[in-house]
Design a binder for this molecule. Structure first.
Ligand code: CA2
Length: 152
């Protein structure tokens, strides 16, 4: 039973960009040993505790993520997005997110600011309410809590 039934209709779209489907298989020193499914379960549990629901799409294709953002305009209240490497150059994702009325939370497992210089720029950050980076899968829980606060 949800603890805050008044929020039962809030739906969060979680988007995962390219290569995140490989989590748990490679690079555990950078991205941890959890799978993407584990992270989505974390988000689902956090959302359920707040009376919210989650849907998730992972795609390696920029246009598919853009289409999902367009579709969310009619159906979802917030977007949590880890755009993967699209973070750093995908202006079509920036533009699509700008058309979305609800809060957008940018999540990164690693801390791109502490990595190679080309990761220091995010084209998503200017259209996000905020960015959570460097906390691994815990970032998804923080992001769900942030959505709850922003929509309260
Ligand atoms: O830290 C993050 O969450 C990133 O969004 C991950 C992206 C990277 O390009 C961003 O700069 C920061 C890369 C995702 C690739 O995921 C992999 C997972 C397993 C093995 C290899 C790559």
């Amino acid at each position: 039973m949800n603890s805050e039934s008044s929020k039962s209709q809030i739906k969060i779209l979680i988007l995962s960009g390219p290569n995140l489907n490989l989590l748990g298989e490679r690079d555990p020193e950078t991205y941890g040993d959890q799978t993407l499914e584990n992270h989505i379960e974390t988000a689902e549990k956090a959302a359920d505790q707040k009376g919210m629901t989650v849907e998730h799409l992972q795609s390696n294709h920029e246009g598919e993520l853009v289409d999902a953002i367009h579709s969310a305009r009619e159906r979802c209240d917030a977007i949590i997005i880890n755009p993967g490497a699209f973070t750093h150059y995908a202006w079509a994702i920036h533009d699509a997110l700008q058309t979305f009325d609800g809060p957008v939370i940018e999540v990164h497992l690693s801390n791109p600011a502490a990595r190679e210089p080309w990761r220091h720029t995010s084209v998503v950050a200017p259209v996000a309410a905020g960015t959570i980076a460097g906390f691994g899968g815990y970032g998804y829980q923080i992001a769900v809590d942030a959505v709850s606060e922003l929509l309260a």
